[in-house]
Structures are given as C-alpha cells and as structure tokens.
Write a protein that binds this ligand. Structure first.
Ligand SMILES: Nc1ncnc2c1ncn2[C@@H]1O[C@H](COP(=O)(O)OP(=O)(O)OP(=O)(O)O)[C@@H](O)[C@H]1O
Ligand SMILES: [Mg+2]
Length: 504
C-alpha cells in the first residue's frame, strides 16, 4: 500500500475512533437528558394533578369524586405537550378515563407492589407490550413515556396517577439533536479527510524529493542537496543525506585521484625499469653479435653494471619503502648529538655540491644537539633532502641547520636552498612515489626515480615526527624536519599514517 494511503488510513482511524466516541457520548447524553427532562415534567404534573383532581372518602379511602373536568382542563392546557393522565383507585381499578362498561383495566401486580412501597415508576410503554400495562383505552396503539406515582393518605395507598406523554415527540426532539450532530460530524469528517490527504501528500512529497536525490547520487551526481529547515525528523534525514553526499563526493574524488595515481605509478615504475633494461639489452645484443669493438667492451660492461646497479637500487628502494610503510623495519631509537651526523653528511656531499657549483653552508649549533631517533634512518632522511637540494640547485646556496625547541621537546632541522623551487601544486605531490615535479627532466647523477621523498616522509612519520616543505618557484625550497624527544612523539593518526598523496 502506498505511503500516502497508509498515512491517510492511520489519520482516518484516529479521527473516526475519536468521532465515534464523541458521537456515542453526545447521543447517549442527549437521549438521557431528554428522557429525564420528560420524566421530571410528568412527575410534577402528576403531583399537581392529585391536588386539583382527586377527592376521596377520608374514612374508607375510596375515591368518590374524580373531578374529570379538571383533569380534562389540565390535559387541554398540556395538549401542546401531548400529556395524558389515568387514575387508578385503591383497588387498582382504572377510574379515569372511565373505561367502557364491562371492561376493567388494572395495573400490573409488580407495579402495584412498588407503588405500595411508595416508589415512583418511570417507563416507556410500547403498543405491542400492553398486557397489564396502564392504558387509556384498550385499543390504544401509541407508545408512551410515562410515570406512575402513588397517592398516599394516612399512610395508605388510595390512588395511583399515570401521567404519560406520546414518546414520538420526545423521539422527534432527540432525533433532531442527533441529526444536527451527525451533520456536524460529517462535515468534520470531510474536513479531516481533506486535511489528512493534504498533510500526507506534503510528507510523501518530501520523501519523494529524497528518493529523487538518492537516484541522482546513485547516478554519480554529487551536486544534489536537499533543502532542510530543521523542523522535524525528515529535515534531520535531509541534513544527514546532504552530509552523506558531501562525504561520498569527497570519497569519489579521492578514489578517482588514487586510481589516477595508481595508473601513473604503474606507468612510472615500468618506465623507470625500461630505461636501464633497454640499455642492458642493447649492449648484450651488441656483445652477442660482436658488434662492439674490443676497446669499447670494458666501457660497455661498466655501463651495464651501472644500469644493473640502478635497477637494484630502484627495487631496493621500493622494497624499503614498502617495509617502512608496513612497519616491517625495526628502529633502534636512541638519543645522540646530531651535530656530528650533520657535519659528516655535509662533508660527504661537498664534492657533489662543488660539481653543481653549489655552496653548502652548515650553521653549527652551540652545544649538544640532543636528538631522539634511529641514527641510520636519521642520516638517510637528512642525506636525501640535502641530495635533492644539491640536485635542484645550480650555482646556489644550501643552508643546513639544527636546533632545539625545548617548549615542544623537539629537535628541528632545516635544509633550504636557492634552487629551482616548486609551484603549490607540485609541492602537494612530492610525497608520492615516483613523483617528479618535472617528469621530462632527464636522468641525473643522483637518481631521479621519485622515491626519495616518499621514503623520507614515511620515515619521519614512523619516528612520530613532522616534515614540512615551503617552496617558491625559481626562488628555492625549505624542508623542516621535527623530531620529538622520547615520550613526546606524535602518534601518527591513521589517516595520515601513509603519505597524504601516496599510491599503494
Ligand atoms: N629541493 C628541491 N627543489 C626543487 N624540487 C625538489 C626539491 N626536492 C624535491 N623536489 C621535487 O620533488 C620530486 C620528488 O623528489 P624525490 O627525492 O622523491 O625524487 P627524486 O629526487 O626525483 O628521485 P630519487 O628517488 O632519486 O630521490 C623531485 O623530482 C623534484 O621535482
Ligand atoms: Mg631525491
């Protein structure tokens, strides 16, 4: 069943039940009220009638004078209300209206008993139920609502007065009240149906809007947003939906980016391997077909060894990266004075810097530069960053410095160069494997496979440290590495555990 009908049905069930209860209560209250009012009026007429219409012998108690004229006068006065009377004497014989000769009319014995006990009887008389009931005439076929009241004198029942009124009048009155009531209820039922339909349609429309939006999202349209005014649960649902769409959009972008990076990674890795393999293959074929002159053979073999080494380095670095990334390396962290390794690395790279016309400037740190790290991995990090600085700086300056930030409980290392620098977009990707800001750059002395910084990044993360880069195209680059003291390391948060833009 459609939701709109379910809603309407539940609305209607509630409304009909309420209306039914109201209808039942009001009709029974109005009927009771109508009957009570009639009974009370009849009782008061009967009471008054005794005073004005009956005379009896005080000794025997026998009614000897019924002033029938008085009764008829009263009946005429009350004719508007259709009131009639009957009188029964102390022997339970109807004495007014006088029955035809040879006919005796009596009250039922059970009534008579109650009357003797001083009780007043209220009842409705139906024409088909006449045996023993009071009647004005034997052939009277009307229905009456009547009261029977006893008349006592000196503690003795001397007469009973029957006062009745045609029930049809009362029923007409009650019927009129009920008709109006039914009409009012019918109008409210119609109003309720229209209102419940409008309300249900409004809610169903809101749900349908959500359905439409869901379909769009299913078709990869993440631009959809549902209007929400924070009124009720459906608006809350719309808010959640909007939030979900935003997350889905972000995930979709990330998945596409990752997919793109995966493709690039495959292409880059294949490309990096193809170059040395092609060289080796060419030289081997030359040797096989004796196409290489004897005097060049040594040089060819040397070339093949270099290319093989390059391949081995590539594979090793890849493996190293995977091991670091999956925490498969054990780090022997300890506290050491970082002044020494900084000095060693600088003098080790001096020759290479000279060949690029670069000046390496190490700003010495006064005192002990206490650093908590794995010594070899620390050297690997600084060495890599400095190698890059030399590689991407031509006839410039490279500054290396180390220092302490005691407030943060950390040692901070800065390597800045006056080299080619990078744009903002390039900086975003440098932690990615095989990323090179300029892929067309030809093979250089120091590798250029695009693996160095992804390894550096992973190593610093594994130390619970931080690495930052600031760069400006054609002006230079500054790398800052922060390594925290024991107990102050940053727990790498799960999302950032791997390089932000890394492929897996
Ligand atoms: N100091 C720098 N100045 C300018 N660009 C840099 C600098 N350091 C890194 N880059 C850019 O970041 C890229 C990634 O560096 P990364 O060290 O990961 O790879 P690589 O040096 O090209 O190769 P290798 O794996 O041999 O280190 C570089 O190719 C370069 O484009
Ligand atoms: Mg490098």
């Amino acid at each position: 069943m459609k939701l709109i009908y379910q809603n309407m049905l539940s609305f209607l069930i509630v409304i009909l039940t309420t209306l039914g209860i109201i209808l039942y209560s009001v009709t029974s209250a109005s009927t009771n009220w109508g009957y009570n009012r009639t009974y009370k009026s009849l009782e008061s007429y009967a009471g008054n009638l005794e005073k004005i219409a009956l005379k009896n012998d005080p000794k025997t108690g026998q009614i000897h004078n019924i002033t029938g004229d008085n009764i008829r006068t009263v009946e005429q006065v009350l004719s508007e209300r259709n009131v009639q009377f009957a009188i029964f004497d102390y022997k339970n014989n109807q004495v007014y209206p006088t029955p035809p000769t040879n006919v005796k009319l009596h009250l039922k014995q059970s009534y008579w008993k109650k009357l003797k006990q001083g009780k007043t009887i209220r009842n409705i008389q139906k024409p088909q139920n006449t045996a023993g009931n009071p009647r004005l005439r034997k052939d009277d076929d009307r229905s009456y609502v009547y009261v029977l009241t006893p008349w006592f004198q000196n503690g003795k029942l001397i007469a009973a007065v029957w006062a009745g009124s045609d029930v049809s009048e009362l029923q007409t009155n009650i019927g009129e009240i009920n008709r109006r009531l039914y009409f009012a209820l019918l109008i409210s039922l119609l109003a309720a149906i229209i209102l419940s339909f409008l309300l249900s349609r409004y809610q169903v429309n809101r749900i349908n809007r959500l359905r439409g939006a869901t379909k769009k999202v299913a078709n990869n349209d993440f631009s959809v947003q549902i209007e929400s005014r924070g009124r009720d649960e459906l608006d809350d649902l719309a808010d959640d939906f909007n939030q979900m769409v935003k997350s889905l959009e972000a995930s979709d972008k990330e998945i596409k980016r990752q997919e793109q990076r995966r493709k690039e990674f495959m292409a880059d890795a294949s490309h990096e391997m193809r170059t040395p393999l092609t060289t080796i293959n060419g030289l081997l074929e030359g040797l096989a077909y004796n196409a290489i002159p004897e005097e060049s053979k040594d040089q060819s073999i040397q070339l093949m060894r270099n290319e093989t080494k390059r391949l081995i380095r590539l594979v090793n670095e890849n493996l190293d990266y995977e091991k670091i990334r999956t925490n498969q390396i054990t780090m022997a962290k300890r506290v050491f004075d970082a002044n020494k390794p900084l000095k060693d690395i600088t003098s080790q790279l001096k020759k290479k810097a000279d060949s690029s016309g670069d000046e390496l400037i190490l700003k010495p740190y006064e005192g002990e530069l206490k650093t908590y790290a794995d010594y070899d991995r620390f050297v690997q990090v600084i060495f890599n960053i400095m190698q890059n600085a030399i590689q991407f700086t031509n006839k410039g300056k490279i500054f290396i410095s180390g220092g302490r930030d005691d407030e943060r409980h950390a040692s901070i290392f800065t390597i800045s160069d006056t080299g080619i620098g990078m744009s903002e977009d390039q900086v975003k990707n440098i932690w990615d494997r095989y990323y090179k800001a300029d892929p067309s750059r030809k093979n250089r002395k120091y590798g250029e496979s695009g693996l160095g910084l992804s390894i550096v990044h992973q190593l610093v993360e594994n130390h619970g440290g931080e690495i930052e880069v600031k760069s400006k195209l054609n002006e230079g680059t500054t790398f800052t590495v922060t390594l925290f003291d024991e107990g102050y390391e940053h727990k790498p948060d799960e999302d950032k555990k791997e390089p932000q833009n890394k492929e897996s």
